[in-house]
Design a protein around this ligand. Structure first.
Ligand SMILES: *[C@@H]1O[C@H](CO)[C@@H](O)[C@H](O)[C@H]1NC(C)=O
Ligand SMILES: *[C@@H]1O[C@H](CO)[C@@H](O)[C@H](O)[C@H]1NC(C)=O
Ligand SMILES: *[C@@H]1O[C@H](CO)[C@@H](O)[C@H](O)[C@H]1NC(C)=O
Length: 276
């Protein structure tokens, strides 16, 4: 499920033309849908209607699509999947600027466990011991009333995370009893808070990006489950390049992953990272 903003038509098309177009990964069925709210602009609403009719892959919740309503979007996503995807073993929540890799994800799930095992999985890049921003000028300002403790429970970065069906059911049950105050913590923190309430701990994987942007490397991007901050044009280019020749060998993948991570670290040290 891709969380998308109504105006991001090009991003959605890039996803359809790349990883979102995957439907059969080593014989397993995968499907990509987009989750949106209602745009305030009637012109945009009409374009969305057309897009939905042509593509058949948009899911729209009954709420105003705004940054402040992102948590509502996640709740809508959860209840939609609960209701309409009873056969799905896993659901990934992915942002629309993320190069996601269903095949790398299934490989990871397959390696770590039986894919059909019914247990709670909440997988992604885990943020540890993050303190709420108490400065009202911050984009991620969280007032005391919304979250009184001085540190959030550990949570998966919202750029991309994966829930098993049982974890989804428990988290969405916890979300339904948690009071929705007007000032919400960020969407990914909210999921972390609900997971904690449901007794589910996040599982970290270094194959999910979520920190500073990663420089491109073919073998590295082939192995990563998710890479964020990817513009639509780059997504098309990288996806084609990743698949241009065969599977990278183990050693090339290790070396390339290492280069990517070091590059990302250097970028953040030099102040090139987009995230605070
Ligand atoms: C899915 O892929 C597998 C091999 O990767 C192939 O054997 C199977 O026929 C494919 N199924 C469909 C419906 O295309
Ligand atoms: C969130 O959506 C609701 C329902 O459409 C709307 O009333 C409210 O104004 C929205 N909130 C923000 C901050 O956009
Ligand atoms: C999962 O692992 C098994 C055994 O290693 C392999 O035969 C199978 O193809 C893998 N499936 C996927 C989807 O990678």
């Amino acid at each position: 499920m891709v969380i998308s903003a109504p105006a991001h038509h090009r991003a959605r098309q890039a996803i359809r033309d790349t990883w979102g177009g995957e439907s059969n990964v080593s014989g397993l069925r995968v499907m990509t849908l987009f989750m949106l709210g209602v745009p305030s602009d009637p012109g945009l609403a009409k374009m969305l209607f057309e897009e939905a009719r042509e593509q058949g892959d948009l899911v729209q919740g009954r709420f105003l699509d705004s940054y402040a309503n992102l948590t509502l979007k996640t709740l809508a996503l959860q209840s939609w999947v609960r209701r309409f995807c009873p056969q799905a073993h896993f659901v990934a929540k992915v942002d629309d600027d993320v190069l996601f890799n269903p095949s790398a994800l299934l490989h990871l799930l397959n390696k770590s466990r039986s894919p059909y095992e019914q247990s709670d999985l909440y997988l992604g890049k885990v943020h540890l011991r993050v303190a709420p921003k108490r400065d009202p000028r911050s984009k991620h300002y969280v007032p005391n009333e919304a979250y009184p403790s001085s540190v959030f429970p550990d949570y998966c970065s919202g750029t991309a995370y994966v829930l098993s069906r049982s974890a989804l059911l428990k988290i969405s049950l916890a979300a339904s009893v948690s009071p929705l105050s007007t000032a919400q913590p960020p969407e990914d923190v909210f999921v972390g808070v609900c997971a904690r309430a449901a007794g589910i701990l996040p599982t970290h994987s270094s194959l999910f990006s979520g920190g500073p942007p990663m420089p491109y490397g073919r073998c590295c991007y082939q192995a990563m489950v998710s890479v964020h901050h990817i513009a639509p044009r780059d997504m098309l280019y990288y996806w084609a390049d990743i698949h241009s020749s065969g599977q990278c060998l183990w050693l090339s993948t290790r070396a390339s992953l290492c280069m990517c991570k070091v590059g990302a670290l250097l970028g953040s040290v030099l102040g090139l990272g987009k995230e605070a």
